[in-house]
Design a binder for this molecule. Structure first.
Ligand SMILES: [Zn+2]
Length: 112
């Protein structure tokens, strides 16, 4: 499962927003129903989409409205987005100096 917007992998049980979509005939016999599709968005993209301007296209606007409902309804999704953003920032070195100092130590070793 991947986020439709950024392509990031979403593991089972990981925080995300899932949109389920299926089509069904109405007033037509026999009644037909398409297979259900699941579309996922990571918390960051969900919040980003909800905060952004309305997209183009009736289906996109319908999905955007639903995501906005979730983001506006409770701060839990915003918190999840903030936590994963914080996690990504924590993995990156604050500056490039950490890597550079390690290299100079290695050079020092070889010089001795
Ligand atoms: Zn995403």
């Amino acid at each position: 499962m991947h986020c439709l917007r950024c392509g990031r992998a979403i593991e089972p049980g990981q925080k995300s927003v899932a949109l389920y979509m299926f089509a069904q005939t109405v007033g037509v016999k026999p009644r037909q129903k398409s297979t259900a599709h699941r579309i996922s968005f990571c918390p960051q993209c969900s919040v980003s989409l909800a905060m952004g301007p309305a997209p183009e296209g009736a289906l996109n606007v319908a999905a955007w409205d639903m995501i906005r409902d979730l983001v506006a309804g409770d701060p839990a999704l915003n918190r999840a987005a903030w936590e994963s953003l914080n996690g990504v920032v924590g993995l990156l070195p604050a500056t490039g100096t950490e890597g550079r100092s390690r290299t100079s130590q290695a050079e020092g070793y070889f010089e001795f």
